[in-house]
Design a protein around this ligand. Structure first.
Ligand code: ADP
Ligand code: NI
Length: 222
């Protein structure tokens, strides 16, 4: 099986596993991250970066295959499931290792948590995933996730928790509005690539405008 065939087979498996999922990690999130990653990779390779598209595409496709949030906090589960799947398609040990590194280190876990992503390929997937948590789509996902968890979307008595450690972030239950301050508005400054950051700037401004309108409506000043 050539690399393109492996990518298509993995995409098919991921699609059948995550289709219709309701927490904002559905197949369409994966599909957007896959597209974002290819887009950023194209831009970055124009500026001379040596990238491995096989690792980038597989990392994007598998990055949420088994999320720690839905597996009792187990941060290694995504990598293990990915490894198993890639072994079935006879992907080499080196390629599997690179993809597992991406899957295991992609997610944001609190402002104070160190980013352990080492490879440039992984940093591109991370930027692609972060972009999908920003802008209009990020706003939609944030409220979808809040509803899925059954929490309030806003409560003026509940304050955002800033400077959270990984453990605090993992156990924190916040309103959707507080999540903007705990994650979404921080992402712009955490982007790894120049092209990812440029897209993030626009999405950041859009989220700020949304919040301004939201609070004006909440306070009846609009
Ligand atoms: P991603 O797949 O983008 O890494 P996560 O797995 O952290 O994102 O979460 C999925 C989506 O739900 C993201 O858009 C994220 O910002 C949002 N989300 C995560 N935690 C919360 C929360 N406590 N309240 C509202 N939205 C959340
Ligand atoms: Ni994701």
């Amino acid at each position: 099986m050539n690399q393109e065939e492996v990518i298509q087979k993995v995409a098919k498996q991921v699609k059948s596993k995550l289709e219709g999922e309701g927490s904002g990690h559905d197949w369409w999130h994966i599909n957007r991250v896959w597209n974002n990653a290819k887009h950023i990779a194209e831009k970055e390779s124009e500026s001379g970066k040596d990238l491995n598209m096989f690792h980038i595409e597989l990392g994007a496709l598998l990055h949420d295959i088994a999320d720690y949030k839905f597996h009792g906090g187990d941060e290694l589960i995504g990598g293990q499931v990915s490894e198993q799947l890639l072994k079935e398609f006879n992907v080499s040990k080196e390629d599997i290792e690179a993809v597992v590194h991406i899957v295991n280190n992609v997610s944001f876990k609190g402002e104070l948590s160190e980013n352990k992503m080492k490879s440039m390929d992984g940093k591109i997937v991370q930027d692609a995933d972060r972009l999908d948590a920003m802008g209009a789509i990020g706003i939609a996902r944030c409220f979808a996730y809040g509803g899925y968890k059954g929490g309030e979307f806003h409560n003026p008595d509940s304050k955002a928790h800033l400077n959270m450690t990984k453990e605090e972030y993992k156990t924190n239950k916040s309103t959707s509005i507080n999540h903007f301050y705990e994650k979404l508005l921080l992402l712009k400054d955490l982007m790894n690539t120049k092209s990812g950051k440029a897209i993030a700037e626009g999405r950041h401004v859009y989220m700020e405008q949304f919040l301004e309108q939201f609070f004006a409506e909440w306070d009846c000043t609009l």
